[in-house]
Design a protein around this ligand. Structure first.
Ligand code: MG
Length: 296
């Protein structure tokens, strides 16, 4: 299906998508908003599948395993997404420790369901971390809820002080919940960083780690089909956050398309279009992006 671009905006969008072979999609503000599906997003996913264009949904939501998240997306919005098509801050952190510390002891403070991302890796409890004669190879800290007790954080601090690598699932300081502004685990990361005098490796957005993980998975998928290797410029990030999605993706070489179905309206998007790390194009919605990308 081809259509003649009618406006400057449509021409700019089609031009920005020229040569794109894979997509990284933000979840909140692109596929869904306030728990409701965004109009046209389910059809856009179906179109990507029909055209066999690989994609990953990248989200910092990290209290659940990707399979749980896929099921809850489906229940809440009717969107069909496979667990393997999702990358969370937690799954990116698990892939990071698997690559950097294969077989080594790890202390991971994460929600029990998210902890399943480390299946097959050598995760020890805080008690076992203390009992070992050597520090663990890495300490990973995420949204563990009451698992982020003073006792557990102090054990984590001790392991980090003794030389463990410091890995954060994300560094968000607060977030909005039904009860209003709520403290997020990033605030505890910042406290540990101050105590240690060094920064954590952050794995969720806007860190390059999560975008590199997405490109690695998309590249593997393309390779398994015998297609030519994927370059970062062949991948477009579709997001609603000009900084955490768009500028962050562009910093690692992906293209960035800002959509107006979430955090920013047209006026804020226009302001972002002149800022550093500006989007390659602005589109009304994911549906418009997929239509402009063209194809059968
Ligand atoms: Mg978003």
């Amino acid at each position: 299906m081809t259509s003649t671009p009618a406006s400057d905006g449509e021409r700019a969008l089609a031009g920005a998508l020229d040569g794109v072979r894979a997509f990284v999609l933000d979840a909140d503000g692109v596929l869904m908003w306030r728990g409701e599906p965004i109009e046209g997003s389910a059809e856009a996913l179906q179109t990507l599948r029909r055209r066999r264009i690989p994609y990953r949904v990248v989200t910092n939501f990290s209290t659940a395993h990707r399979q749980t998240l896929a099921a809850s997306f489906g229940r809440a919005t009717g969107l069909v997404v496979e667990g393997a098509e999702i990358i969370t801050g937690a799954s990116a952190a698990a892939a990071y420790t698997a690559r950097r510390h294969p077989g080594a002891r790890l202390l991971v403070l994460a929600a029990p369901d998210a902890l399943r991302e480390w299946e097959g890796q050598h995760v020890v409890s805080p008690e076992d971390a203390v009992a070992g004669s050597e520090p663990v190879a890495a300490v990973v800290i995420g949204d563990a809820g009451d698992g982020l007790s003073f006792r557990n954080l102090d054990i984590a601090y001790g392991q980090l002080h003794a030389g463990a690598e410091f890995v954060a699932i994300h560094r968000n300081l607060w977030w909005m919940t039904p009860k209003g502004h709520t403290l997020d685990s990033g605030a505890l990361i910042v406290g540990l960083e101050a105590a240690l005098g060094r920064r954590a490796v952050v794995c969720g957005k806007p860190s390059p780690v999560v975008f590199r993980q997405a490109v690695a998975e998309l590249s593997a998928e393309v390779r398994s089909r015998g297609e030519s290797p994927l370059r970062r410029r062949d991948v477009a990030m579709i997001g609603d956050d000009p900084v955490a999605d768009i500028a962050a993706a562009r910093r690692v070489g992906l293209r960035g398309i800002l959509v107006l179905t979430g955090k920013v309206d047209a006026a804020a998007a226009a302001a972002a279009a002149t800022a550093r790390g500006r989007p390659d194009a602005i589109a009304a919605s994911l549906a418009d992006v997929i239509e402009a990308a063209g194809g059968p």
